[in-house]
Each structure stands twice: as C-alpha cells, then as structure tokens.
Design a binder for this molecule. Sequence first.
Ligand SMILES: [Zn+2]
Length: 106
Amino acid sequence: MEERRCMLTDGNLLEAHTWKGLLEISGICVELKGEALLGGAGELPVGVQNVELWVKISQYDLACKQLASLDSKGPQWVCVNCHEVNESSFELCWNCTSEQCVKKYP
Ligand SMILES: [Zn+2]
C-alpha cells in the first residue's frame, strides 16, 4: 500500500470536504480522517474541527497545486437548493449534489 501524506490537520469539516471534492475531480485519491467522521451520518455538528486530509505521496505535489489554485478560480457560488457555498470549480453542490444553476423566475 502506498504511503500517504497529510495535507491538512485541524481542518473543519466543510473545508476538508471542499478540498476533497476538488482533488477528486482532478483524479487525486483523498482520504479523510478525524473525530468528526466517527459520528453517525446526518448528525454532524456544524464547525467540527480536527479533520485530517490525506493524499498519496506521489500525488501530494499535484494536490498542493490544485489547492493553491483555489483562490484564483473565480467566485464561489451558492447552491439554490440547500444554500451551501461551493467553490467555482465544482459543477455539483458538495452538500446535496444539485447542479450549479441560476434560479429562474417566470
Ligand atoms: Zn446544495
């Protein structure tokens, strides 16, 4: 099994999931670890800390570049379904997987 390297410690769950989604789009294998993941699904408290993000050592440099480019990729967008904030690189909401779209009024 390939060795992994920790990219993020003491992150919050939202941040960790945001990064994980972005990296997986880029074909990078990501593993989340942390106390927050021990709880049952659907009852994660807001602002959980101590989440760790691990990637394969061979993909670490690529992952760093992807994360570094986060800030320069345009504005974030807000999901019309659940109102979560998503990075501009996401095509689907990380939270509810709704498509990015502008709400249209008749
Ligand atoms: Zn959503």
